[in-house]
Design a protein around this ligand. Structure first.
Ligand code: FAD
Length: 476
């Protein structure tokens, strides 16, 4: 692990927190050659399985960042639920609506990797790209002026940067220091215990569900793909005292299932939480941006929190890169809050609805339909296009055009122009061009794909394209 002495540093971007959000942003900035440093208060990466489910859209992000193969090797698909009563299997429970990969969405199924493993993979990629994490560097406050922002560490040291991103989780010290409010509600007043354990005598082919009975609430024991561990989740009545010790975990498992306490052979990590849904009033205060759980906290139901967090980082990375390299005006950074805050609000409503049983884990939870049609960065120059056709602002689907796989062409920090069934603009191309005939949901037209995989500009002719590219320092 690359550990950097933060006492002497003056950098482009300071990222506070080496969780999934901070590490994703670190990777994206490192591959863009942007000077950045991740400051982490703890002495090591988070050790628990917590956010274990990836939605298809997040796997597409990880494909672009070069870690999708590592995540595939480290995890597996979600197992089918198995409901138990009195030590007997009484039936299967299908948690997700069926989905499968297709040409335009190759990762279309929920994929499980325990959060600690994901963070290891992200940190390894960051180190490979030359990025650094400074552990035991807790940020206690921030101040800012016209030129930059200073992070004040608990140690008394100060670190200076042009921009700072608060990726320091739901209790964000940076958000509090800025005085940015968080508005929300308790989704469920009942506390839930979560633990990573080793268990004897339970198969790894099923997510074992022990429904509430005799006054005891739900217990679920899920095999964690790619490990020998299981994730235990046990819900308690409102106001109950949750005992987060190894014995507390063994007791609740033995009380609510046929598994004996001694068959829980190891308890590797334990925590508890009360599901909340809350959204930061702003995602930006001057030179400081809030991302991930620092900006929105969800119920874990429906697996939206980590996924939305990773996509915040992915939205912000290319914008910080373009501004710091002088390719785009600083105003581009305003589009981060404009684009991401409404999406976070939608995802909060969705996870609360899944938690309350009002919505199934289906289409919307996969996050493939998220887009930025109303963004000030989106320009659609065509009139009517078909109902299901790709428009400016939409996610750019995969596919193969004239032998070129689109996700291969998109992979990397650049923009890409698709010229499908129409002529590409003449002259020196400012961005790589993929040419071919009409294709899938794109149909025909020119589609300029942003570095984060959304169509920024679409047209039938190149008119206006040069001006649009110029906004990002890309004119040919
Ligand atoms: C039981 C459970 C199950 C979940 N399941 C899912 C799921 O299936 N899918 C999903 O999408 N999401 C899930 N989530 C949510 C997911 O875990 C979070 O959304 C995710 O961890 C957010 O990442 P983050 O990087 O923003 O914050 P965190 O993971 O909280 O990381 C913040 C980091 O900042 C560090 N830090 C904090 N304060 C400071 C400071 N002052 N200075 C320096 N460093 C600091 C912390 O040590 C930590 O490393 C689940 C959550 C829980 C509790």
């Amino acid at each position: 692990m690359n550990v950097v002495d933060a006492h002497v540093l003056d950098t482009g971007v300071l990222i506070v927190g080496a969780g999934p959000t901070g590490l994703t942003l670190g990777v994206d900035l490192a591959r863009r050659g942007v000077d950045a440093l991740v400051l982490e208060g703890a002495g090591e990466l988070f050790p628990g399985s917590r956010g274990k489910g990836f939605q298809p859209r997040t796997m597409e992000v990880f494909d672009d960042l070069g870690i999708v193969d590592a995540l595939h090797a480290a995890g597996g698909p979600y197992p089918v639920g198995m409901v138990w009563r009195n030590g007997e299997r009484v039936g299967e429970h299908h948690m997700f609506d069926p989905a499968g990969p297709s040409e335009d969405s190759p990762y279309n199924r929920a994929w499980m990797v325990p959060q600690w493993r994901t963070q290891e993979i992200l940190a390894a990629r960051l180190a490979e790209l030359g990025g650094g994490i400074a552990f035991r560097h807790e940020v206690a406050g921030v101040t800012q002026d016209e030129d930059g922002v200073t992070a004040h560490l608990s140690s008394g040291a100060a670190v200076r940067a042009r921009y700072l991103v608060a990726a320091d989780g739901g209790r964000s010290a940076v958000r509090r220091a800025l005085g940015v409010g968080m508005t929300g509600e308790t989704v469920d007043p009942s506390p839930t215990l979560v633990a990573d354990v080793r268990v004897r005598g339970l198969d790894r082919d099923n997510w074992h569900v022990f429904p509430p009975r005799d006054g005891a609430d739900l217990l679920a024991v899920c095999p964690l793909a790619g490990t020998e561990d299981f994730q235990v989740m046990a819900r308690f009545p409102e106001g109950a005292d949750v005992v987060t010790s190894a014995d507390g975990v063994r007791k609740v498992v033995a009380e609510r299932s046929h598994i004996a306490a001694e068959d829980v052979t190891e308890v590797r990590w334990v925590s508890d939480f009360r599901p909340r849904a809350a959204l930061a009033d702003r995602f930006r205060a001057g030179r400081v941006f809030l991302a991930g759980d620092a900006a929105h906290v969800h119920s874990p139901a429906g697996g939206q929190g980590l996924n939305t967090s990773v996509q915040d980082a992915y939205n912000l990375g290319w914008k910080l890169g373009a501004v710091l390299k002088g390719e785009a005006p600083a105003a581009l950074l305003d589009s981060y809050e404009e684009e991401r805050r409404p999406i976070a609000a939608q995802m909060l409503d969705l996870s609360t609805a899944v938690h309350r049983g009002a919505v199934r884990r289906g289409g919307a939870t996969r996050q493939l339909g998220i887009g930025y049609r109303d963004s000030s960065l989106t320009v659609e120059t065509r009139g009517a296009v078909g109902e299901d056709a790709v428009r400016a602002g939409d996610r750019a689907p995969d596919g193969t055009v004239d032998g070129v796989r689109l996700f291969d062409a998109f992979r990397g920090p650049h923009w890409t122009l698709l010229a499908l069934g129409v002529d590409a603009p003449g002259g020196g191309a400012a961005v790589p061009v993929v040419r071919g005939g009409a294709h899938g949901a794109y149909g025909t037209g020119l589609f300029l794909v942003r570095p984060d995989g959304y169509v920024g500009w679409a047209g039938n002719t190149p008119e206006g394209l040069g001006g649009y590219l110029g906004r990002f320092g890309l004119a040919g």
